[in-house]
Ligand binder design. Sequence first.
Ligand code: NDP
Length: 461
Amino acid sequence: MPSYDYDLFTIGAGSGGVRASRFASGFGARVGVAEERYLGGTCVNVGCIPKKLFSYAAHFAEDFEDAAGYGWTVGERSFDWQTLVRNKDTEINRLNGIYDRLLKAAGVDVFETRAEIVDPHTVRVGDKTVTTDKILVATGGWPVVPDIPGKELAITSNEAFYLDKLPEKIVIVGGGYIAVEFAGIFNGLGVDVSLIYRGPTFLRGFDDDVRHFLADEMRKKGVDLQFNQNIACIEERGDGFSAMLENGREIETGLVMYCTGRAPLSRGFGAEDAGVAMDDNGAIQVDDYFQTSVPSIYAIGDVIDRVQLTPVALEEGMALANTLFNDKPTVVDYDNIATAVFSNPNIGTVGLTELAAREKYGHLRIFASDFTPLKHTMTENAERTFMKLIVHRENDKVLGCHMVGPDAGEIVQGIGIAIKCGATKAHFDATIGVHPTLAEEFVTMREEIPDESEVDDAAAE
Ligand code: NDP
């Protein structure tokens, strides 16, 4: 058996790469990891963590307003973007240090430099060459901007975290997680926001009621949502930009931000030359155990483009370490992944949308509720909360659970456990609520929404 410098060499120290490396080392493997950009990857540096910090910052605007209803007189308010960015950077630097220490404490060799695959068992790391039994590609993804004239004038989420100053107006293009989250952030921070989405309603793939409810709430908060629109080109105009829509209308703006998806970062470091098979969009093809078409090379996380979520990459990293170095072949279960969109208000969701459930199971039982949260009964805040349960008509299983409202992400985590355990509506009904909370509505919903598909069927008979 050939002797290699490492048992596993990981390229990319983001969520998935770090998890796999640490646990592989803990299981006794000799592990090296290379990172050319920032320890912690997208999530820690230009994703989940700084985004959530910005989202907290944005929420204060409404909190100050709401406080008046509770008798508070809030003094003069002002917001300093540079302070927010500086404090966020300090926190991110702290987290970078924690990742470094975690890896080193686990016995992993950390190389803060670029790595390239030379052959299936050799990696060039900076000016060094190392040999390894197995290679793990965990290089993540990168924002994609469509090829339109002036695309270089637009920013993406990568730059949004480091702006020198806030613009007075921003045009956000896209209708996915990042677009709606940043629309809420900039709106809360006092920027005039237009969100341009090419389809009829944003957040394709989410439950339709959730999509429409969030759109209404965002409009109430002053976000200009323009659906069925797209930008044809961008030009510089004075201090700002002009975004020309495909329908010929022009929008003057201080900044254009594209949130039109993220592509796998799989090319340019030797993977394709080593024979690693990829999809047309660059996603590395892997089997159930994350093995690529080259037996010694594995891949996890955004670069395989299964589900672009940090907790999924963590799970994949853990599964890989268990499979390769702990004698426990592990397959990741991608069903019923609870997720949150940190829009304002938040979305929390787990399981099937009504549409997907209907396609799979036909007739359903639907429960939904739309109400003013207790907190806002004493404020001028017109925000409402929406909750919905989708239930299998025959076996009573809760197939989907959706919420738009404060702390929806926090609430749906617990519901996610119940759904993973196969909870039925009867289980929900038998659960005594925590009073007074928003979450209790999930266990007190009794009024069934008439099933329109049955009405349609009856009409057709
Ligand atoms: P998404 O894939 O979620 O959304 C991309 C959006 O851009 C869609 O609305 C899509 O429209 C639109 N789009 C794509 N191509 C074009 C184009 N050529 N012209 C106009 N519009 C276009 O990507 P994001 O960038 O928002 O986020 C990337 C991923 O990161 C997410 O999928 C998510 O998995 C993850 N993420 C998770 C977060 C969380 O957990 N809270 C937060 C942020 C990101 P259409 O629907 O019509 O295809």
